[in-house]
Design a binder for this molecule. Structure first.
Ligand code: GLN
Length: 293
């Protein structure tokens, strides 16, 4: 498939049409429920825009332009990798989160739109001009820490990460988007930090190791330790919730993401440990996602 299409210089429009068919077939017969056929056009656009170093709008405006053979080849190699299931975000090396064009690699979880709810929970609590200390535990790409640092420019934002590969990606994102605004620390959860924080946030792993969800879609390619803490899906959350109180200033906030069916258990956990004002927020589809105390 790829060699036949790359051998003649094709215009952008017909290259995209052929790729859409290839990607559409793959979506139609794969088990990949997160990517219905409707996304194949978008995916073809994203891959070609990436290879040519242009925007999707530019592709639209230049559909008759011929794609040089070398770039068409590179494009088809990406289409084939996508057909084999690799996440678009890893193929193009970027994923937008909170309007930030984050660098992502297979060392980090691909930021999800629902995690913007965690950012929102923190921002609703932090006044616009507050100069508070904020910590993000297990920051991965740095998505949550960066969004908060950018929205609350006077806050002192710290982020921890125990995976060296992820820490490197977070450092690149901080340098690119808000140099010096997020201090990164190598280590697990609160361990590498010092002092107290007014706000502690985290998107920890919370999917049970045996959950079939891990064998679907993008999850198959993401770092396991970012998705699952093992057999007990609440293990990481429990660890954070238990450890956090001495790290929180009086009147401070702990907010974390969890699975849609873990809200009740998380509220109980917080209340049992003496947290007050315990509340859970639901995402746009009404699923419980973020609990605060
Ligand atoms: N929400 C993600 C998923 O369902 C999991 C993210 C996480 O474990 N923090 O794939």
């Amino acid at each position: 498939m790829s060699s036949c299409c790359a051998s003649v210089a094709q215009p952008i429009g017909s290259l995209l049409a052929a790729a859409r068919v290839r990607l559409g077939n793959r979506h139609a017969d794969s088990q990949d429920s997160e990517n219905p056929g409707a996304t194949s056009g978008l995916e073809a656009d994203l891959l070609l825009a990436h290879v040519l170093g242009v925007s999707r709008a530019w592709l639209f405006a230049n559909r008759e332009r011929a794609v040089p053979a070398e770039q068409a080849d590179r494009f088809w190699r990406l289409v084939e990798r996508r057909t084999a299931g690799e996440p678009i975000a890893y193929l193009v090396g970027r994923r937008e989160f909170w309007s930030l064009p984050l660098i992502v690699t297979p060392d980090v979880l691909i930021p999800r739109p629902e995690t913007e709810l965690l950012v929102q929970a923190a921002l609703d609590f932090i006044p616009a001009d507050a100069a508070w200390r904020v910590a993000d535990l297990g920051t991965g790409s740095g998505a949550v820490a960066l969004a908060i640092a950018i929205e609350r420019p006077r806050c002192e934002v710290h982020a921890t990460e125990r995976s060296p590969g992820a820490l490197e990606v977070a450092a690149r994102n901080v340098d690119a988007m808000a140099p010096g605004r997020v201090t990164l620390h190598a280590g697990s959860w609160l361990e590498p930090l010092s002092g107290q924080f007014r706000v502690i946030v985290s998107n920890p792993p919370y999917v049970a190791a045996a959950d079939p969800h891990l064998a679907t879609g993008d999850c198959r390619f993401e770092p396991r330790e970012a998705l699952t803490p093992g057999d007990d899906p609440l293990a990481a959350i429990r660890q954070i919730v238990r450890a956090a109180p001495p790290w929180l200033e009086a009147g401070g906030l702990l907010a974390f993401e969890h699975g849609f069916d873990q809200g009740e258990a998380c509220r109980e956990l917080l209340r049992g440990l003496g947290y007050t004002d315990v509340k859970t927020r639901a995402d746009l589809e009404g699923r419980e996602r973020v609990t605060c105390g």
